[in-house]
Design a binder for this molecule. Sequence first.
Ligand SMILES: NC(=O)c1ccc[n+]([C@@H]2O[C@H](COP(=O)([O-])OP(=O)(O)OC[C@H]3O[C@@H](n4cnc5c(N)ncnc54)[C@H](OP(=O)(O)O)[C@@H]3O)[C@@H](O)[C@H]2O)c1
Length: 259
Amino acid sequence: MKKTALITGASSGIGLELARIFAREGHSLLITARRKERLDDLKKELEQEFGIDVITFPIDLADEDSPQKLYDFTQKQSASVHFLVNNAGVGDYGLFHKSDWNRQAAIMNLNIRALTHLTHLFLPSMVEKERAYILNIASTAAFQPGPFMSVYYASKNYVLAFGEAIANELQDTGVTVTTLCPGPTESEFQKLANMEKSKLFDRLPVATSQQVAEYGYKTMLQGKRVAIYGALNRIAPKIVSLFPRKFVTAVVRKIQERK
Ligand SMILES: NC(=O)c1ccc[n+]([C@@H]2O[C@H](COP(=O)([O-])OP(=O)(O)OC[C@H]3O[C@@H](n4cnc5c(N)ncnc54)[C@H](OP(=O)(O)O)[C@@H]3O)[C@@H](O)[C@H]2O)c1
């Protein structure tokens, strides 16, 4: 069985850069996202440049039965998942009571349910290995409530709490769980989440997807449980914890408000 890195959301942004890094380091890949052509192009690029095997599996992970389909596919491919990278995620900007329910449901289905289900499906075989890694992508949004992106912030809070808890459960196994928390990052996320209306990206330093992916890969190998990208982003949760949550939430609202 081939040692494989399974990466969700590999068709753009942080996931695509993570795929390039895993390929550079010689790992076989199983990459997934909805856009098939993007996955096919990436497969061609990485196989040519690094001489590794790349399997693609286009699927909408917000559908309830998709994680099981993805798992069944890996079994048919005899792919042994040593690295599970739960990266795919979406957000939505605006007042919750005026939002489209289907978008909010998609955020929860993808950011929470798919990530949890994939972890549940792959962990039993991972704990039998001498060493295996889970890299979950949360966000600095995980550390406080986020007015105008309430469901997204809450979903990332879930990813953080879930990851830390299972990292503890797995401490006597060869599996580590790293929760990567990027701050604002150049990718397709901002546009897709309607965040071009928000001042957040103007007010905070913005990293490239490549910088975040390199940091995520490095901290995953170190087995770090919570990896926050960027010095300012690392200090922020400490400062946040010193103030009343109502005040912190009001500050986030100010940062997130419309231009
Ligand atoms: N960019 C930021 O500022 C930022 C900050 C903190 C955390 N993050 C987190 O980083 C992760 C990666 O985001 P990104 O910034 O790289 O954004 P991105 O460029 O929009 O990439 C998102 C990826 O998720 C995939 N995806 C979206 N919906 C999907 C679905 N229903 N089923 C399967 N795949 C789906 C997309 O592919 P398809 O469209 O082809 O399906 C794409 O590959 C997310 O979890 C995000 O929350 C981003």
